[in-house]
Design a protein around this ligand. Sequence first.
Ligand code: HEC
Length: 243
Amino acid sequence: MFGFHYRLERHALRFVIAVILVAGIGGFVEIAPLFTISETVEAAPDMRLYTPLEVAGRNIYMREGCYACHSQMIRTLRDDVERYGPYSLAVESKYDHPMLWGSKRTGPDLARIGGKYSDEWQVAHLQDPRAVVPESKMPSYAFLGRTPLKTSDLGLHLKALRKVGVPYTGEMVANAPADAYGQAAPDSPYAAGVAQRYGEATQVRAFMGRQGDPTEMDALVAYLQVLGRLTDVAKAQQAQAAE
Ligand code: HEC
């Protein structure tokens, strides 16, 4: 073995070819699964888009670094599935640019947090985590409830997402600031357009319990409440497997 290597290293050209060959095998093994990507990513015809308010919430989630403590990817392992629900499917991250799978769980996974708690719980928890979970290590984000949400640039955010393949229409882009307002203000004249553009299943309500100009808290809670609920394909697949 060492004799072979000793001889190989003394022939520069042969050594270079051997290195390229071995590295090439590694590269191929990494790339090969992508050849079948069209078969491995599930179809989800019911997949909805993030609304402008949810996109804003997602941006706040990234800005505040929530992903440093929370993953958004339920692994196929039994303990993960029993704790968090059906394991994450590739298609569920289809419109996530960038993806927020994360690699660290100081806190629990959030891939299916949507609907687990009420809006009131989410707001109280973000304002002061220890008020609802006494042993919590999570920082307080009370300032989000006092910070008005910037909605004027949301059209540009949708446009940028459209560039990388999210099918937002021109109408969605043009109405982004109004839709962000309407989603958190169900009694306003802007609310109807949100359900019309993003589907009846869209959650239109006062996330912080009051209507008017949305805060960053409204946006973040709207985003948390939609996590894992853009499509039902994972739940359907699990139900099918249980039969
Ligand atoms: C320093 C690490 C840390 C950061 C940063 C952090 N969290 Fe947490 N989070 C935790 C821990 C630990 C828990 C579990 C205790 C608790 O519920 O408060 C938790 C719990 C949660 C829960 C409840 C999960 C469940 O299933 O009960 C939600 C929702 C949540 N965090 C959202 C967020 C959001 C949104 C952000 C960013 C604004 C964030 N967290 C930032 C550590 C963190």
